[in-house]
Design a protein around this ligand. Sequence first.
Ligand code: NDP
Length: 307
Amino acid sequence: MEKRRLIIIGSGPAGYTAGIYSARAGLQPLIISGQQPGGQLTTTTEVENWPGEVDGILGVELMDKLKRQAVKFGAEIIDAFVDQLDLSTKPFKLKVNQEEYETDALIIATGASARWLGIAGEDKLKGRGVSACATCDGFFFRDKKVVMVGGGDTAMEEANFLTRFAESVTVLVRRDELRASRIMQERALANPKIKFMYFTEAKELIGEEKLEKVRVINNQTNEEQDVPSDGFFVTIGHKPNTDFLTGQVELDAKGYIKNIPGTSKTNVAGVFACGDVIDPWYRQAITSAGTGCWAALDAERWLSINE
Ligand code: NDP
């Protein structure tokens, strides 16, 4: 059994930023990096909106820099997955790859995962025309044809955003109506660059080096057609990575951790949360890094009073 003052679960911008701040404060945090070390940014290509990186930076490179910065100040990182945790006792207990750890404070930065369709060609063409984030990748589709799937607020917002660049945006909606709020629907429906195909689902993404066309199917008539497209955006929602926390900290109806507003504090004293696991709205690397900083400062203050 190894005892720590602070353990951070997750290694996206939130986890590493919490690591940088808490390591600089001398807490020697242990970062447990999870199933996808570096988080969602490692699945994108160029990141052009990280402040200070004037010429853009590859997602993988940015995460490597954050990691090295955390290590430089004394954070220890293990590429492992938390199998079990018990937040009902103090110190908190974690089981990681059969090893047991105890910690006085815990920061949860496990992020969220974009939901994908799981259709043929999707995995192969990710990063080659296929994306789950218009804010991240929309810029690359200037004067191009884009297809997206989803009928919620995210889809409407991202469709509108994409029309700043793309020549046309075709939205596939599996029912005969949108789920999005009225105002978001009205805005998208009024946009001359956006076309809707109702009762329509994507069946296959086709292309060799990059996406060339989307095979769609009308789920009422079973009629199929190929829609030529340079980009394909999946905007059917995100899922916070909190399955392992059920019954341990308070979650909202969609599984996001409920924080005390304006702080990183959860309902369990000594447990803090940051990044996409608390944020269904902004989901940006920079906002995650910001709340990662909150969590480190909140944990540091909490430890100074309670240790
Ligand atoms: P939602 O769950 O609201 O919508 C998901 C959409 O994707 C629905 O249209 C759903 O269809 C569709 N969908 C889900 N699975 C599939 C599938 N396998 N194939 C095809 N279509 C599928 O997710 P969002 O990300 O849009 O929104 C999440 C939350 O964030 C919401 O509460 C939303 O209001 C909020 N939000 C608010 C914004 C704002 O106010 N500015 C901006 C962005 C998000 P169906 O309806 O048939 O289930």
